[in-house]
Design a protein around this ligand. Structure first.
Ligand code: 4AD
Ligand code: MG
Length: 458
């Protein structure tokens, strides 16, 4: 069907800068979104967004419009928009905000398969000297302008992928009869050691920002059976690495009546599911990020599982100076992960390097019934988990050995006083997982506004 184009004098009416927030962007041409442009082939649509790029040659101008869901090339010529608007378009500066109208046309050369033949354009706010240009900027400069850097194509793709990953995580647990039970952010006690606690005044006393929702998830699991919590967690990490944030998101399933074996089965199935969901639902985002999808398609269970002591043997063969009892850092994890093309699960670390709540291996009292999942391609640990100590007296002893205050943990000990059951769980770091899926090496780009040791701006 060929649509009648409006005559120039008819287009004098003002374009509506306001979007109908109830529109899904697919059904109503007045509220179209670029990601859904395929639904408007050969129709006139109204789009609202920002000028991402502009080039013009004589009697035609090509404007790249970004609306947050995608980018579309808009073609303008004086015969369609009139001389006055045409010369205004040629003078548009980057990140100027506009409302425009045009005809959606199939175009095989376009990445999204369509372009827009402009008929009308109005400027909402004209930008002067946008600080982020086409030239390469250093990371320090971009981080300082994170609030603007977020608008660039790769950063938008990352945030869209992050949203899909979060949805995939929730859908996975919701579909497997887990209940979402949130843990608090302000807590009276440490979960992952006392060296990375953020302390904050709390009325007449002090509180700590949570390092992990686990201890509360354990209480929730004894109330609801299979649960997960998912929220921000905080660590005063005094290391500047590409894997450490001071504020990061963690999803933590916790299951009553589950052992370490079940914990590993769950982690493996979960990772396969969320990675494949991103591959399936985010092809454009992954293409924008230039991420090799074939590496991600390989992420299918079963994942290799090795004992800590086997990991030590791999490292010794690779000439690392390690011995039983040493913890692994980024280099060690990378060296181990190079042996495999999918995530590797390392289980049964020495209990001396692990947290107080982990159950001791009944077959070897030097070890804890715990596991880490190490992602390939040098990403390193994305999951840490364990079976929990469920015996009251053993746990009391552990709290003492770790120099933790028993008073702060009285409530947690109640879980072992009243109907204690074997239970296990793990925590997956969202930003490290996103970095792996996106092929982005540094976690600072995997959260909209990163918080790190030397960074709390913007
Ligand atoms: O191994 P971690 O410390 O385990 C726990 O916190 C357990 N309480 C979880 C549980 O069993 N419920 O942390 C879990 C994951 C790590 O594997 C990593 O992916 C992520 O959280 N993580 C960080 N991500 C970014 N920046 C940091 N500073 C992180 N610390 C941990
Ligand atoms: Mg860990």
């Amino acid at each position: 069907m060929k649509l009648k184009r409006e005559a120039p004098e008819m287009t004098e009416r003002k374009l509506n800068p306001f979007r109908d927030p109830l529109s899904n962007g697919r059904d109503d041409p007045e509220n179209a979104l670029i990601e859904s442009i395929v639904h408007f082939d050969n129709q006139e649509v109204c789009l609202r967004g920002w000028v991402q790029n502009l080039r013009s040659s004589g009697k035609v101008a090509f404007l790249q419009l970004r609306d947050g869901t995608g980018v579309i090339q808009c073609v303008a010529s004086p015969k369609d928009v009139g001389e006055e608007v045409f010369s205004k378009i040629r003078g548009l500066s980057l990140e100027t905000s506009v409302v425009l109208r045009g005809l959606v046309k199939k175009d095989d050369r376009s990445k999204i398969g369509f372009e827009l033949v402009l008929s009308q354009l109005e400027v909402l706010h004209s930008t002067v000297d946008y600080p982020i240009g086409k030239k390469e900027h250093g990371v320090a400069f971009l981080m300082q302008h994170r609030h603007l850097w977020l608008r660039s194509s790769k950063q938008v793709a990352l945030m869209r992928l992050r949203a899909e990953l979060i949805k995939a995580i929730r859908d996975y647990f919701d579909s497997k009869a887990f209940r979402l039970v949130d843990s608090p952010i302000l807590t009276p006690n440490a979960c992952e050691g006392t060296s990375t606690l953020f302390e904050t005044p709390y009325f007449d006393s002090v509180a700590y920002l949570t390092q992990s929702g686990q201890l509360y998830a354990e209480a929730s699991a004894l109330a609801c059976g299979k649960v997960y919590c998912f929220g921000p967690t905080f660590r005063a990490e005094k290391s500047k690495t590409r894997r450490h944030l001071a504020e990061f998101w963690m999803v933590e399933p916790e299951v009553a009546f589950m052992d370490l074996q079940g914990d590993m089965d769950l982690a493996e199935d979960f990772i396969e599911s969320i990675v494949q969901r991103c591959v399936q639902n985010c092809p454009h985002e992954l293409a924008t990020l230039e991420r090799s999808v074939s590496a991600l398609e390989k992420i299918k269970k079963p994942f290799p599982r090795i004992r800590y002591e086997e990991a030590i043997e791999i490292l010794i063969k690779k000439k690392f100076p390690v011995k039983f009892g040493d913890d692994f850092g980024g280099d060690e994890e990378t060296a181990i992960s190079e042996e495999f093309d999918r995530p590797v699960i390392i289980h049964r670390y020495p209990k001396s390097i692990k947290a107080f709540y982990m159950r001791e291996d009944p077959e070897d009292d030097r070890l804890a019934l715990c596991m880490d999942v190490i992602a390939p391609e040098g990403v390193g640990e994305i999951i840490g988990g364990s079976e929990r100590e469920s015996d009251l007296s053993v746990l009391e002893k552990k709290i003492q050995e770790h120099n933790l205050s028993k008073d702060a943990f009285e409530w947690y000990l109640d879980l072992r006083r009243f109907g204690s059951v074997p239970h296990s769980g793990f925590g997956l770091g969202l930003e490290r997982t996103l970095g792996w899926i996106a092929g982005v090496p540094h976690v600072r780009e995997c959260v909209p506004f990163p918080r790190m040791m030397d960074k709390i701006w913007p």
